[in-house]
Design a protein around this ligand. Structure first.
Ligand code: OOG
Ligand code: MG
Length: 264
């Protein structure tokens, strides 16, 4: 662990990010004030953010892997995958009208979501262990909304901002992983009926289950485990797409069905 922030700074920065999330006011990236900020510092702020969320009655609903595809790494200029937490307050039903009021500059991502039936833990968690512990997968949309001005950040800052987590929608058909080759599923992302991106699931670390294994390994470093029954977003397969009120998004996945949302 390389922590450079004092406990007081961690609390102050968590409060700053929380306020930006709540009031949709953009921040400068935290590393502008703390240029020596490390990845561990970023997770310390994220854990404090999570602790505060739980303390005010938030209900944890899962975890997210992020920056797990080349397309995303290129788009954001960050080349290390990361994790964040999900809360049920972020979940929206399929085809829901998602309000953009309260968000700064929302973007949508298409992802494979895993639901586990066994606990996963430890610094050596493997892709195979993830597949064995998976109950089913479903297609999902994640709505990200960086709290940093112009969506510009570095790794410690985006981790402190909980991986830009804002909303998510799960849809499609639950499928068991042994019925699929999860690495070679095609995905088509549409905005207002037009194709805006296409890719295959191998874009996510070669196999989306590898992103879940990465997440479990990061959790192990934070002293946490992934309990049975967890919902995990494995990371965007294509670039994220900006949305505004009136936009309709659909992601069509080979074998898994579709998931959609509209923005108001
Ligand atoms: C960070 C979150 C990335 C993903 O799926 O790659 C992410 C960001 O791009 O703001 O959720
Ligand atoms: Mg994502």
């Amino acid at each position: 662990m390389t922590l450079t922030l004092s406990p007081e700074d961690v609390q102050r920065l968590a409060l700053r990010v929380e306020t930006a999330q709540r009031e949709a006011v953009a921040l400068d990236k935290l590393s502008d004030e703390f240029p020596g900020m490390t990845l561990d510092d970023g997770y310390a702020v994220q854990l404090e953010l999570r602790r505060r969320w739980l303390a005010r009655g938030g209900r944890p609903s899962g975890w997210k892997a992020g920056l797990t595809s080349r397309a995303k790494m290129r788009q954001m200029g960050v080349d290390v995958p990361s994790i964040g937490f999900l809360m049920s307050e972020m979940a929206r039903p399929e085809q829901a009208a998602i309000e953009t009021a309260g968000l700064l500059h929302p973007r949508v991502e298409c992802e494979v979501a895993f639901v586990t039936r066994r606990e996963l833990a430890g610094p050596d968690c493997s892709l195979q262990a993830v597949l064995e512990a998976t109950d089913f997968v479903v297609p999902a949309l994640e709505v990200i909304d960086s709290r940093y001005a112009n969506f510009r950040f570095d790794l410690p800052s985006v981790v402190a901002d909980n991986g830009s987590a804002a909303r998510y929608v799960a849809g499609g058909r639950p499928r068991a992983v042994d019925e699929l080759d999860l690495a070679t599923l095609g995905v088509v992302l549409e905005k207002n009926g037009e194709i805006v991106a296409t890719a295959a699931t191998a874009a996510v670390l070669g196999h989306p289950a590898e992103a879940v294994a990465m997440l479990v390994r990061v959790l192990a470093g934070l002293g946490e485990r992934l309990p049975a029954g967890s919902f995990v977003l494995s990371g965007a397969i294509t670039e994220a797409v900006a949305v505004q009120p009136g936009d309709c998004i659909a992601a069509r996945f080979q074998e898994l069905g579709s998931v959609g949302a509209r923005f108001v």
